[in-house]
Design a protein around this ligand. Structure first.
Ligand code: DQQ
Length: 490
């Protein structure tokens, strides 16, 4: 009887401990699995686990950089959208804070807090974001210096798309101010016509008046289940002054496009003058902010390109791009450079060659490095490639250039890249981080790639330059230091 009673008591008291211990062991095991995953980046921001997508509401506030992003706390798959939150002093090293925004049961965002922006109105950080379902524009404010606590307005500030428009979607608000007036673009599209940014006006961010489309595009004519895949819907618009012009960014058909031009402030119509592809790879839904010196910084979501089952198993999905500083060239072309603050992560320069005829391969260990390759005016073909012992023979990534033959002479992994190399000179900056490669050519052409190399031990990568050694001006590589000891970036 006693024994039984003791067992019952023991069982009762031990159960919570066992449960707690079990949980801690499970969490610990999952974390060490993530920490050992060579495909997981070490100097890009990503949540400690689970799914992330679009950057949301980036802002410099009270001496800190805040980055929020779409996040699913339930696993490494899209769904149940929350805003996760990280802060930084330098946009390079991050500290994760608790989730900042979660759906409110019964509220307008009950089915998800989708993408949005943060602006400051009368000294108060104010968030505009999309609640679903249906898609409505919601508002929340924060008086917390760390922007961790947000108070939601009970009702949406825009509760339906403009009447009479047969829209494909209605989300991702991007507000900006002209004098005392707020304007806001909302990502949308007109059925069978094409994607659009719908323009609204307000004086207080709460009462909004619809004006007209700020910009619109063309449907590709092929019906798809998701209107985003046919250009019928534009997502995540971003609109801001840059230099003497205005720039519009939008995402559709799995790509991001930029346009630069003039804003007619009287009619509030944007006149596009130049346009192009912002990134030729796995890069989507970018959003910009100003840094403490007023530079325009762009963040983007680097999605997975492997199958869902693979990333679910891995326990993480999605990465934030490195911060890119945006400028416009004299001809109005969008230029971007990785923020110079990332250089603080450079370890020793593993090698550098400027001398003719002494070209050896450079080595990057632990899948974490940066490469800079500068050519003189290319007289013959040149090729910069990466190979790994863990991979079948041959390069797993390459940039090649053939001086003659028009615009298709630049190739990444044998795929022609649109973009002119006007004077035959190449300035290639490449960032390798686990399964992510971000490459920039002449500060104009960007391409983000995912490369899932196998093998935990053989993580050495060889950097090779082919072409006349006399065509090379500089080839350097750096080991890049991780931003956390365990790949959890906290
Ligand atoms: N992601 C969000 C939407 C947006 C899309 C949902 C773009 O607000 O349109 O997670 O990736």
């Amino acid at each position: 009887m006693n024994i039984t009673r003791r067992r019952v008591l023991y069982g009762l008291t031990a159960l919570p401990f066992a449960h707690h211990l079990g949980l801690r062991l499970a969490v610990g095991a999952a974390q060490s699995r993530l920490a050992l995953d060579p495909q997981r980046p070490q100097y890009h921001l990503l949540p400690a686990a689970n799914w992330m997508n679009d950057p949301n509401g980036p802002i410099y506030w009270r001496g800190k950089y805040h980055l929020f992003f779409q996040y699913n706390p339930n696993g490494a798959f899209w769904g149940d959208m929350h805003w996760d939150h990280a802060i930084s002093d330098d946009m390079v090293h991050w500290r994760h804070l608790p989730v900042a925004l979660a759906p409110t049961p019964g509220g307008p965002d009950k089915d998800g807090c989708f993408t949005g922006s943060i602006v400051v109105e009368k000294g108060v950080p104010t968030m505009l974001y999309t609640g679903v379902n249906p898609e409505v524009q919601c508002l929340a404010t924060s008086r917390d210096p760390l922007l961790g606590i947000w108070e939601k307005a009970a009702k949406p500030v825009i509760s339906a798309p403009p009447p009479g428009l047969n829209v494909t979607g209605f989300r991702d608000p991007c507000p900006w101010r002209e004098g005392d007036t707020w304007y806001m673009g909302v990502g949308s599209g007109i059925k069978k016509r094409g994607g659009a940014v719908l323009l609204y006006r307000s004086t207080d961010l709460r009462e909004w008046e619809y004006l007209h489309p700020l910009a619109s595009g063309t449907w590709n004519g092929k019906p798809t289940a998701d209107p985003v895949d046919s250009g019928e819907q534009w997502e995540c618009p971003d609109f801001f002054p840059l230099g003497k012009k205005y720039v519009l960014l939008y995402s559709t058909e799995r790509k991001v496009y930029w346009q630069s031009g003039e804003l007619d402030r009287k009619e509030m119509v944007f006149h596009r003058e130049k346009q192009g592809l912002l990134d030729d790879g796995a890069y989507y839904a970018p959003k910009s902010m100003l840094d403490h010196e007023g530079n325009r910084i762009l963040w983007g979501w680097i999605p997975e390109t492997r199958p869902l089952a693979d990333y679910k198993r891995a326990g993480w999905a999605g990465v934030m791009s490195l911060p890119r500083v945006l400028t416009l060239s004299g001809e109005g072309e969008l230029e971007m450079r990785v923020d110079p603050r990332v250089r603080a992560l450079r370890g020793p320069q593993t090698n550098a060659h400027t001398a003719v005829g002494t070209l050896d391969d450079l080595r990057i260990s632990n899948y974490s490095g940066e490469v800079h390759c500068l050519t003189k005016k290319a007289a013959g073909p040149v090729r910069l490639s990466l190979t790994s012992q863990a991979q079948a023979p041959g390069a797993f990534f390459s940039v090649s250039y053939q001086p003659e033959g028009g615009e298709t002479t630049l190739k990444i992994d044998n795929k022609p890249i649109v973009g002119k190399i006007s004077d035959g000179k190449l300035d290639i900056r490449l960032f390798l981080d686990g399964s992510v490669i971000e490459v920039f050519i002449n500060d104009r052409i960007a391409c983000t790639r995912r490369i899932y190399l196998e093998g935990e031990k053989a993580t050495d990568v060889l950097v090779k330059f082919e072409g006349g050694a006399d065509q090379l001006q500089e080839l350097s590589a750096w080991r890049i230091k991780p931003i956390s000891h365990d790949r959890l970036t906290t």
